[in-house]
Ligand binder design. Structure first.
Ligand code: E4P
Length: 215
């Protein structure tokens, strides 16, 4: 399963990129606002690191506006994937952009039927928001399981990008189900790396090594 960071912070992205575990980045308007920098500058910095997949979201709400923004965004760098919201106008825009060869990430997806539609209009990624579903008392991971099953039934090429990930168990469950990608905040990715027994074990090994006769 590919691991993406869900952030617009270049420092966070650089840290994970240097570990060699990062496959891509997703951003959204809220994350870009939090970074406090111009959108295009953020995108140029991330793509400049060599990150192969960087999702950038449109803010227009008509198909015409979304297509125009999508065309502009994809010109910034070949690694840009255009994020389009799952609304009727978004389906139209995705059909047009995908037809032109632009890779589209359909976002704000909350049901398997919406994912079925995203695949139908040619989205490269579909982003179901599992944490927000959990927050509403619906088990988000059940939606991932259904989408993976449906896509397998029809050999769909659209990739399932598990979004709104809140903790490492979400990542584990997504991998067990066979989702293609999980995007997560920096704090969650940090937790994938660390284990207290790893730290304790290393401390013990280094301590014991001191007792080995040298020279
Ligand atoms: C996905 O691409 C979204 O940016 C993101 O995962 C939303 O997560 P949130 O529910 O934590 O805001």
């Amino acid at each position: 399963m590919k691991l993406f960071l869900d952030t617009a912070s270049i420092d966070e992205i650089r840290t994970m990129w240097e570990l060699g575990i990062l496959d891509g980045v997703t951003t959204n308007p809220s994350l870009v606002a939090k970074a406090g920098r111009k959108f295009d500058d953020v995108l140029r910095d991330i793509t400049g690191l060599g990150v192969p997949s960087v999702s950038a979201e449109v803010v227009g709400t008509t198909a015409e506006a979304m297509v125009a923004e999508g065309r502009r965004l994809r010109e910034i760098h070949p690694s840009i994937y255009v994020k389009i919201p799952m609304i009727p106008e978004g389906l139209k825009a995705t059909r047009t952009l995908a037809g032109e060869g632009t890779r589209v990430n359909m976002t704000l997806v909350f049901s398997p039927n919406q994912a079925l539609l995203a695949a139908k209009v040619g989205a490269t990624y579909v982003s179901p928001f599992i944490g927000r579903l959990d927050d509403h008392g619906q088990v988000g991971m059940d939606v991932i399981r259904d989408i993976v099953t449906i896509y397998r039934n029809y050999q769909t090429s659209t990739q399932v990008l598990v979004a709104s990930v809140r903790h490492p168990i979400h990542v584990l469950e997504a991998a067990k189900i066979g989702a293609d990608i999980a995007t997560m905040p920096f704090a969650v990715m940090e937790k994938l790396v660390a284990h207290p027994l790893t730290d304790l074990g290393l401390a013990r090994f280094l301590q014991d090594w001191e007792k080995v006769p040298k020279g």
